[in-house]
Ligand binder design. Structure first.
Ligand SMILES: C[S@@+](CC[C@H](N)C(=O)[O-])C[C@H]1O[C@@H](n2cnc3c(N)ncnc32)[C@H](O)[C@@H]1O
Length: 331
């Protein structure tokens, strides 16, 4: 039974108004089902962002939302601050009687499906839990092997598609400066925290940008690694052309990636656009970009992300990895 004052200024009319609006009820219903960015929520409702933002302001005033900031994106969920309060009890009573708007349900399905499209927002969303999803890979040797191909003292190296900074971490103490590029501000923030722990005398230079339009000058780098990122791109060609441009003549580029596999959940969970890449295709893209001495090597290491609950463990204990490397010809 609701214990609310029947008269006087304590009457919870603003809360009742907040919950009494059909659009706000649709918003709460959607956010009860799924954490959404403001953009995703607007698409699921088929309403403009400014209109949705006005409704969100009312819901915030009544502490009905839980919000999480990652990079440049804000993610929202239904989150009633006082779990035993009047708002929580009213919502429980209301939601038991509400049915979902079929249009919202269909658009929400589309919004979730579109997340498979790789976007900075996708990576902002998962940045904070990335290292727990791929925890075994994080401790593996693949990145160190890739970095070992670059060794030459006093150099400027690139970690391209740096994510949370595992490759750059393997570079600390080995080069003068590491330029870390990623299109997700949330990932760069995770990398900043990780790389500040033990910089080892290496300057860390974080840059927001796209791999097919690198925010790096011509010939600026003395070596570069792009680990576990080419399978996120439509094709390796644009990225490798850019890597070629930003390397000085004689410098080496290394790619770490996965052999083709059938783990479809990696596209929804980790944003993989391709389920692995054929090393020969990557080697051909190196050659097409102008690299010479192109070599492919299978790695004695496996990628072991944790499958979601209900799916079987990865075959063979993990997915096989390889490196492809190539050298930019001396001028
Ligand atoms: C699988 S993580 C790999 C991170 C890191 N290289 C490692 O080995 O742990 C892929 C990263 O590539 C970034 N990424 C995906 N597409 C990108 C693009 N087009 N330009 C720049 N970064 C991109 C994502 O934001 C994500 O941080």
């Amino acid at each position: 039974m609701l214990k609310v004052p029947a008269t006087g200024q304590d009457l919870p009319t603003t809360l009742l108004k907040a919950l009494g609006d059909p659009i706000r009820l649709r918003i709460l219903r959607l956010l009860d089902r799924e954490e959404l960015s403001v953009g995703e929520l607007s698409r699921a409702l088929a309403l403009s962002q400014s209109r949705v933002s006005n409704h969100l302001r009312v819901l915030r005033e009544h502490a009905l939302l839980a919000e999480r900031q990652a990079g440049t994106s804000t993610f929202l969920r239904l989150g009633i601050a006082d779990a035993d309060g009047l708002a929580a009890r009213l919502w429980a009573a209301l939601s038991a009687d509400l049915t979902d708007d079929p249009g919202d349900t269909e658009r929400l399905r589309q919004v979730i499906a579109e997340r498979r499209e790789v976007s900075p927002e996708f990576f902002d969303r998962v940045a904070g839990r990335w290292d727990t999803i791929g925890v075994e890979f994080a401790s593996g040797q693949a990145r160190q092997r890739a970095v070992a191909s670059l060794v030459s003292a006093g150099a400027i190296w690139g970690d391209l598609g740096c994510g949370t900074g595992y490759v750059a971490r393997a570079m600390l103490g080995l080069c003068e400066r590491v330029v870390c590029v990623d299109s997700s501000a949330g990932m760069l923030e995770q990398a900043r925290v990780r790389l500040a722990e033990h910089p080892g005398g290496t300057e860390v230079d974080l840059r927001l940008g796209e791999l097919d339009a690198l925010p790096i000058g011509d010939g600026e780098l003395d070596g570069a690694v792009a680990a576990m990122v080419l399978h996120h791109l439509p094709s390796p060609d644009g990225c490798l052309a850019e890597v070629f441009r930003v390397l000085r003549p004689g410098a080496t580029a290394v790619v770490v990636d996965l052999v083709p596999h059938g783990e479809g959940w990696l596209s929804t969970e980790l944003g993989d656009r391709h389920l692995g890449l054929d090393a020969r295709q990557v080697g051909a893209a190196f050659a097409a970009a102008g690299f010479v001495d192109v070599r492919m090597e299978a790695l004695d290491d496996r990628y072991r992300p944790q499958p979601p609950a209900g799916l079987p463990p990865l075959p063979g204990g993990g997915l096989p990895l390889y490196t492809v490397r190539g050298r930019k010809p001396r001028a």
